[in-house]
Design a binder for this molecule. Structure first.
Ligand code: 13P
Length: 248
């Protein structure tokens, strides 16, 4: 069964109220792109405003991280329930910037994903190898290991999305070859089949992320086992993000 592509934008720590104009333009553009699903994950401060703006449109809104606990003494953190309350339907967990800069382990990522699922959010679980790991020939072992250790109980096509983002391709303009992406995604699909069974595994979308732009989107999105993109920098401008989405 062909999965509907998901084109997701991760705004990272970018965007203030003035950026709502870009979100409005993306939501308007999404109306015509009925073959795909579209999502923007803005900074937490914009979620509620953007969710209100996009209510009734084809553009969904997500968070960029959540805490594993439902509430408590965790200064600065946001729970999955808070994201739902603000209007989010999805949340990214385990982005490499969180794994690296906040030392998050796959066990923590799994706990966050389980908290997200517990609140009815779709968890977008990020995995990816560093340049040193790729050069050492460890890519497949690293990403399948991260996948195994990060996957929550209850994972299925309607609850999780996996995003393969090679760390060295994020924000660098560098991308793996199409053959490399296809090889990793095939390995991730095979790992999901062994963990969840073929029926369930076949329903989980596998996104590619890392320097996706209008000029390379068509080639990446046509690869086997690539069911969408997680876009950073190019998602900040409506024209670029819509061009990527239109390339599917
Ligand atoms: P870039 O598209 O800016 O490389 O970022 C990718 C990313 O990290 C999305 O989560």
């Amino acid at each position: 069964m062909a999965l509907t592509h998901l084109i997701a934008g991760n705004w990272k720590m970018n965007g203030v109220g003035a950026s709502l104009d870009e979100a409005r333009a993306i939501a308007e553009g999404a109306a015509a792109l009925t073959r795909i699903d579209m999502l923007i994950c803005p900074p937490a401060t914009l979620i509620a405003r953007m969710a209100a703006l996009c209510a009734g449109t084809r553009l969904a809104i997500g968070g960029q991280d959540c805490h594993a606990a439902q509430s408590g003494a965790f200064t600065g953190d946001i729970s999955a329930a808070m994201l739902v309350d603000a209007g989010a339907s999805h949340v990214i967990v385990g982005h490499s910037e969180r794994r690296t800069l906040h030392a998050e382990t796959s066990a923590q990522v799994r706990a966050k994903a389980e908290a997200a699922l517990g609140q009815g959010l779709v968890a977008i679980i990020c995995i990816g190898e560093t340049l040193a790991e790729r050069e050492a020939g460890e890519t497949l072992a690293v990403v399948t290991g991260q996948l195994r250790a990060s996957l929550p109980a209850g994972a299925g096509g309607s609850t999780v999305v996996i995003a393969y983002e090679p760390v060295w391709a994020i924000g660098t303009g560098k991308t793996p070859t199409s053959a490399d992406v296809a090889e990793v995604h095939a390995a991730l699909r095979a790992e999901l089949v062994s963990l969840l069974g073929a029926g369930n595994a076949g329903l989980i979308r596998l996104l590619y992320g890392g320097s996706v732009k209008p000029s390379n989107a068509a080639e990446m999105m046509a690869l086997p086992n690539v069911n969408g993109a997680l876009v950073g920098g190019a998602s900040l401008k409506a024209a670029d993000f819509l061009a990527i989405a239109a390339a599917v």
